[in-house]
Design a protein around this ligand. Structure first.
Ligand SMILES: CC(C)(COP(=O)(O)OP(=O)(O)OC[C@H]1O[C@@H](n2cnc3c(N)ncnc32)[C@H](O)[C@@H]1OP(=O)(O)O)[C@@H](O)C(=O)NCCC(=O)NCCS
Length: 152
């Protein structure tokens, strides 16, 4: 297993299409220079990826109605998706632990949709705690989101 940066972006688009489950948006971040991709690779095959937005203005960029202030040295997990059929093997956990190590001196934020049970469990199990809650409309539905922050 290796974690590679910006590896096989077309495969990441396939992973997004097959397994976003309506919880992950903005496919264009997979190819945009504003973001960094970390890819979990086994035998040259991407089995999951994380898109990092490496700046602290993520809440404005995402149009999130958060009341807490976000410190300067903050980064944000824009996407995290494991390839369909490869869940519960530690892919997402490995990617997030890699991020924690690479960005030791940063505040790491992520967002959890209250209806996304795997994501809720994943973030809780890796030490992310709620810092704010807000609603946002996607398509026809109003979803409740929790902003979570890694407590290092
Ligand atoms: C959420 C997601 C990224 C998790 O990826 P994963 O590679 O399956 O997660 P891991 O195997 O690394 O799980 C690590 C821990 O998270 C928790 N977890 C992950 N999926 C879970 C589930 N379905 N139910 C309960 N706990 C879960 C467990 O504590 C797990 O540890 P364990 O397997 O030892 O019990 C994956 O389900 C996915 O791609 N979902 C669709 C896209 C999405 O919703 N992304 C998140 C947006 S915030």
């Amino acid at each position: 297993m290796e974690i590679k940066k910006d590896y096989k972006l077309n495969d990441l688009i396939d992973i997004f299409n097959e397994n976003n489950q309506g919880f992950v948006f903005d496919k264009s971040s997979i190819t945009s220079n504003e973001f960094i991709r970390y890819v979990y690779v086994e035998n040259e095959e991407p089995l999951g990826y994380l898109v990092l937005y490496p700046k602290s203005d993520f809440a404005i960029k995402e149009n999130y109605d958060v009341k807490v202030s976000i410190p300067e040295n903050s980064i944000y997990i824009w996407h995290i998706i494991t390839k369909k059929g490869h869940e519960r093997k530690g892919v997402a956990k490995t990617l997030i632990n890699f991020l924690k190590n690479e960005y030791k001196h940063f505040n790491i934020y992520s967002i959890v949709d209250e209806n996304n049970s795997p994501s809720n469990h994943l973030h809780k199990s890796l030490g992310f705690l709620p810092v704010d809650k807000f609603k946002k409309a996607y398509k026809d539905t109003l979803e409740t989101y929790t902003l979570v922050k890694f407590q290092n």
